[in-house]
Design a protein around this ligand. Structure first.
Ligand SMILES: CC(C)(COP(=O)(O)OP(=O)(O)OC[C@H]1O[C@@H](n2cnc3c(N)ncnc32)[C@H](O)[C@@H]1OP(=O)(O)O)[C@@H](O)C(=O)NCCC(=O)NCCS
Length: 166
């Protein structure tokens, strides 16, 4: 199994993989058009010539990027691929000079293992929610916002940590 940047030849498999989990309401579906248009953002995991994982790093602003469309094929869960895909996004964000990486997710335990912390959604900039109009859960979103801080200094005001006090 190896991790590499996606190519246009991967789009069909990526869409299928993402679509499986989107059907379960775990993530947003991605059209082929949106995948082609953002293909440079994506990293994939490949095993025996098959795409078994995908993750996209989407830059939102000077100091903020988002991990989107993170998916690992069910038969490859628990083998470290999700971690390697997110770490590759972190490396890319750091290379780009970005201080914070966002994930909107139900997989809080997974992202906590990778160093993300839960933050209050209301403290995130409005541009984060641009794509939410595409979501079926627009008016009843229950995803958790989590942030990873790279080693790049941020000029933005800190988002509030959601850890309960006391
Ligand atoms: C979430 C997902 C990407 C994890 O991928 P994975 O390859 O199974 O995860 P890894 O094997 O890399 O796990 C990395 C670490 O997280 C832990 N972990 C993985 N899934 C976990 C879960 N559901 N709950 C708690 N911990 C989890 C692992 O034990 C591992 O810990 P360690 O490295 O400290 O031993 C995968 O389950 C998936 O594709 N889920 C469906 C789609 C989805 O929900 N995507 C997220 C959208 S934001």
């Amino acid at each position: 199994m190896w991790i590499r940047k996606a190519t246009v030849d991967d789009v069909e498999s990526m869409q299928h993989l993402i679509g499986q989990f989107a059907a379960e309401g775990l993530m947003l579906p991605r059209s082929e058009k949106s995948l082609y248009e953002t293909i440079q953002n994506f990293t994939v995991a490949e095993s025996a010539g098959r795409v078994v994982g995908t993750a996209g790093l989407h830059v939102l602003w000077k100091d903020l990027a988002e991990v989107r469309s993170l998916a690992v094929s069910p038969d490859c869960h628990g083998q470290g691929l999700g971690r390697r895909l997110v770490e590759s996004c972190i490396e890319e964000a750091t290379h780009l000079g970005i201080a914070r990486i966002l994930s909107l997710t139900y997989q809080t335990a997974f992202f906590e293992r990778l160093g993300f912390t839960v933050v209050e959604r209301d403290t995130l900039p409005r541009k984060v929610w641009k794509d939410c109009v595409l979501c079926k859960k627009f008016d009843r979103c229950d995803e958790v916002a989590m942030i990873y801080y790279t080693n790049i200094p941020s000029s933005a005001p800190p988002v509030r940590d959601h850890t309960p006090v006391g």
